[in-house]
Structure formats: structure tokens, C-alpha cells
Design a binder for this molecule. Structure first.
Ligand code: AHM
Ligand code: MG
Length: 334
């Protein structure tokens, strides 16, 4: 079969999808190109001299890795001059980055977590890039974080690249979820799976169990029931996986089902949760819903949340629909 490259896929998408105009298509190609560069840097490992800490911290007080900073710079630089964007916001930057004056501005905003799971870099475990595209609202300066405070349901595109044994780009422009694999010889992303669907039921869950004593009762109940296996109320055995790179964990769930949880717990309650709404929960939630799954905080649909600050954190429960609904029901029951 003839390979379908990302460019061809996006041009065909543009022909049939009003949400995907030429500007959005070109913007996505630029993001994909930046992900290729990040993939190269990640792939060089110690030989590239890019492992280890950068010696700086981000807005959330987390130590930045050299590759966090490099990936952020690659995305900023690649996207500055294309003319499709009004501004960018990143997990690694305190404030939005505006498009330099010498370049034309476009109608979109790009939000990203440049290198998700970066605590895994130094031990050679999969990491990734997550991105979300919003329309720039009329009358709000893109230097103002208010421009980015839009509910996830308004995203026009979202995607992630996972830098694993192979590099993959998974994206949605509102018409299902499609996966591309980087052909390293050609330097091109090739469509390898279209219309990915997350099975509605699963026997696999994904949570950092070291936080068990801090979880709320509904999550304790859900996990306890899974752990009881065949003999318990679920009547089946469950498997557990936790990579500690959201991109890799959610990619597995998109590929074969499961439920991913970073719920509210006593440790993260004061800040609202662990994962970031605009850079992680919203784009991944959009992708998961587009693949037939569900994404909730336990109390509300993630994509319905009206953000109130740029670096807002939220609890995350996403993946196979019936399991997410079960966890949500347990929250309702208290
Ligand atoms: P990061 O964006 O700083 O890498 O943090 C987010 C990551 C997620 O990818 C992952 O699911 C989670 O943090 C892992 O957290 P923990 O180390 O508490 O298990
Ligand atoms: Mg992250």
C-alpha cells in the first residue's frame, strides 16, 4: 500500500473538514516538524550532551531538565515565523510568548507541554510533547493569559508526540484520532492507524499507587475493587501499568484500552490536582473523547471546565468510557 504522509493526510482533511483550514494545516505541520527535532535531541541521549538538570525551575517550582528547556525553545522558534499564530503558552514559561514583531500574526493560539514525563529522560523511558490549538479570541491581547482561558471543548486541534521505541504523532482535528509513525530514513510522519477507538471496557488501570493513602474514598473504592480481581465485585482480574509519562500511559490506553488516573489527593489538593489543565488534561481529554473514551475530574467533564488561570491543575480520570463512568458514579455516591 502507498504510504500516506502527514502532509497528504492534512490536505485531504482540509478538503472535507471546515475546522481544518489551510492555516491550521500549516500550523500542524510546523508543530510536527518541531516534534521531529525534539525526537532527534531525545534520541541522542547522553551523546547529545542534553541529559540532566538545566539548573533552573519553572513557574510551578519544578526543576527543569536541559531537554525541557531545549524542547520549549524548539517549539517557540519553529512556530514564531509561520504567520499562523497570535501567541503561545507553555508549561515551562510563566507568561505567554507573543510572536516577535517582525513576523505576521495569525488567528490561533498554541499551548504545549514541551516534554511531558521529563523525570524519565535520564533513565531512557518514553517521554512526549503534548499540544493544544485554540482560536485567538477577538479583542484580547495574546500576551494576556486571559486569551488562553478557554474551555477544552473549544479546541480546534490537539495532539501529542511520543518518543518511544518509535516516534509517533497522534492527532485530532475534530474528526477522530489518527496516528503517524516517524520514518527516520525519510524524516516524515506516515499514517499508520486511522480512527483509533478506545475499547469501552478494560481490565487495565493506571495510577501511581504510592499515593494510595492520600486518595479520596471513591478512588480508593474503585482501585480496591480492581485489586480484588475475579473474587471481588468486578468479577475479573485487572492488570496495572504506570509509566509516569502521561503521554506514554495515555498512548497505551488509546492503543488497547484502560483507565488513566491522577486523581485529587491529599498531597495535591491545595493546588487543585497534579496535572495541568491547559497543557495536559485538555489536549489529552479531547483526543480521548475523539477516540470514543471519556475524560473527567471525577466530578465534571474535563472539556467543560472554564479555566481561571494559565497554569491551573486538575484531577484527571480518562480512558475507557465505562470505567471512567464507574469512577464518576463512585464520586457521585460519595
Ligand atoms: P511533567 O509534565 O513535569 O513531566 O509532569 C507530568 C507527569 C505526567 O506525565 C505523569 O503522569 C506524572 O507527572 C507522573 O507523576 P508521578 O511522578 O507523581 O507518578
Ligand atoms: Mg507534563
Amino acid at each position: 500500500m502507498k504510504p500516506i504522509f502527514l502532509t497528504q493526510f492534512l490536505i485531504e482533511e482540509q478538503r472535507k473538514n471546515d475546522q481544518c483550514g489551510a492555516d491550521l494545516r500549516l500550523l500542524l505541520e510546523v508543530v510536527a516538524r518541531a516534534c521531529k527535532r525534539i525526537s532527534l535531541a531525545v534520541g541522542k541521549g547522553a551523546l547529545g550532551g542534553v541529559l540532566g538538570d538545566a539548573g533552573t525551575g519553572n513557574i510551578q517550582g519544578e526543576a527543569q531538565k536541559k531537554l525541557d528547556v531545549l524542547s520549549n525553545d524548539i517549539l517557540l522558534e519553529a512556530n514564531a515565523w509561520g504567520g499562523h499564530l497570535a501567541g503561545m503558552a507553555s508549561e515551562e514559561m510563566d507568561e505567554p510568548s507573543i510572536i516577535p514583531g517582525e513576523y505576521p500574526k495569525g488567528g490561533y493560539l498554541l499551548l504545549f507541554d514541551p516534554l511531558d514525563g521529563s523525570s524519565n529522560i535520564d533513565v531512557n523511558i518514553s517521554v512526549g510533547t503534548i499540544f493544544s490549538v485554540l482560536r485567538a479570541p477577538e479583542g484580547i491581547d495574546p500576551a494576556d493569559s486571559k486569551a488562553y482561558l478557554q474551555a477544552g471543548a473549544t479546541q480546534v486541534a490537539a495532539g501529542y508526540a511520543v518518543y518511544g521505541p518509535s516516534t509517533m504523532l497522534v492527532l485530532t482535528v475534530g474528526t477522530g484520532v489518527h496516528a503517524f509513525t516517524l520514518d527516520r530514513e525519510l524524516g516524515s510522519f506516515v499514517l499508520t492507524q486511522s480512527n483509533l477507538r478506545i475499547p469501552e471496557d478494560t481490565k487495565e488501570f493506571s495510577i501511581n499507587a504510592s499515593n494510595a493513602r492520600h486518595w479520596e474514598a471513591p478512588v480508593q473504592r474503585y482501585v480496591d475493587e480492581c485489586l480484588k480481581g475475579k473474587e471481588g465485585p468486578r468479577g475479573k482480574d485487572f492488570n496495572m501499568r504506570w509509566v509516569a509519562s502521561m503521554v506514554a500511559d495515555v498512548h497505551r490506553i488509546i492503543s488497547r484500552g484502560g483507565v488513566f488516573m491522577y486523581p485529587l489527593d491529599a498531597k495535591t489538593q491545595a493546588q487543585g490536582g497534579k496535572l495541568r489543565l491547559l497543557y495536559e488534561a485538555n489536549p489529552m481529554g479531547y483526543i480521548v473523547e475523539q477516540a470514543g473514551g471519556a475524560a473527567s475530574t471525577g466530578r465534571e467533564r474535563i472539556l467543560d471546565i472554564q479555566p481561571h488561570k494559565l497554569h491551573q491543575r486538575v484531577p484527571v480520570i480518562m480512558g475507557s468510557k465505562n470505567e471512567v463512568e464507574r469512577v464518576v458514579a463512585y464520586h457521585r455516591e460519595g
